[in-house]
Design a protein around this ligand. Structure first.
Ligand SMILES: Nc1nc2c(ncn2[C@@H]2O[C@H](COP(=O)(O)OP(=O)(O)OP(=O)(O)O)[C@@H](O)[C@H]2O)c(=O)[nH]1
Ligand SMILES: [Mg+2]
Length: 217
């Protein structure tokens, strides 16, 4: 499906990827958005994003996925990065325990800057590195349960669970939005407070979901 920026998608959701440097954030994104992997990728400086579309319930959903530097000195202004985000992947590297230990800090940052109902997933990347694993699947799972996050181990290298991880987050955002839309009276104020980026296609009829246009930005 080819669609240009500003096209006719039904929904546009912003998702952020966070986690320590070199856990594989940029490669997860390039694997998901372009099916590419770079074994020699450089540390990200500032902020980049890519978009990917998928269909849910016959609607075109576009995810705008933002990737920033794990290294503090390369990070762009933090609040701008999180502004309007409705989903997040918090990534660690299963072969480096220190990156798992940092998850709490990343969650705190998320709470500080993104005060909304977010779809959040804990991602243990590099699961292809089984032989040098330092964080067990159980540890990942139990942290996710404790913090009420989805959980998945992935490999950007061999593609394991990459599409799945992003799609679970995007579907959850979609579900959150649908649920909010059901209480239509509060839809307008809640969605604008939460800054959900969402547009409603004009070609899609104006039935019960017409109030979604209130949320366009
Ligand atoms: N074995 C393995 N290596 C990976 C995987 N994902 C990424 N890498 C490698 O890990 C290194 C860092 O990957 P990046 O995607 O640049 O990491 P990042 O989290 O974006 O790092 P910053 O931009 O500095 O925050 C690169 O050498 C990648 O090739 C994976 O799933 N498995
Ligand atoms: Mg990067």
């Amino acid at each position: 499906m080819s669609d240009d920026e500003g096209g006719g998608e039904d929904y546009l959701f912003k998702v952020v990827i966070i986690g320590d440097s070199a856990v594989g954030k940029s490669n997860l994104l390039s694997r998901y958005a372009g099916n590419e992997f770079n074994p020699h990728s450089k540390a990200t400086i500032g902020v980049e994003f890519q978009t990917q579309s998928l269909e849910i319930d016959g609607k075109e959903v576009k995810a705008q996925i933002w990737d920033t530097a794990g290294q503090e000195r390369f990070r762009a202004v933090t609040s701008a990065y999180y502004r309007g985000a409705v989903g997040a992947l918090i990534v660690y590297d299963i072969s480096r325990r220190t990156t798992f230990d940092s998850v709490g800090r990343w969650l705190d940052e998320l709470k500080t800057h993104a005060n909304t109902t977010m779809a959040r997933m804990l991602v243990g990347n590099k699961c292809d590195l089984e032989t040098i694993r330092e964080v067990s699947v159980e540890e990942g799972k139990s942290l996710a349960e404790e913090q009420e996050l989805f959980f998945m181990e992935t490999s950007a290298l061999d593609s394991t669970n990459v599409d799945k991880a992003f799609e679970i987050v995007i579907r959850e955002i979609y579900n959150n939005v649908s649920r909010k839309a059901l209480s239509s009276d509060t839809c307008k104020s809640e969605l604008s407070i939460n800054r959900i980026s969402l547009t409603k296609s004009e070609t899609d009829g104006s039935k019960q979901t017409g109030s979604f246009s209130c949320c366009s930005r």
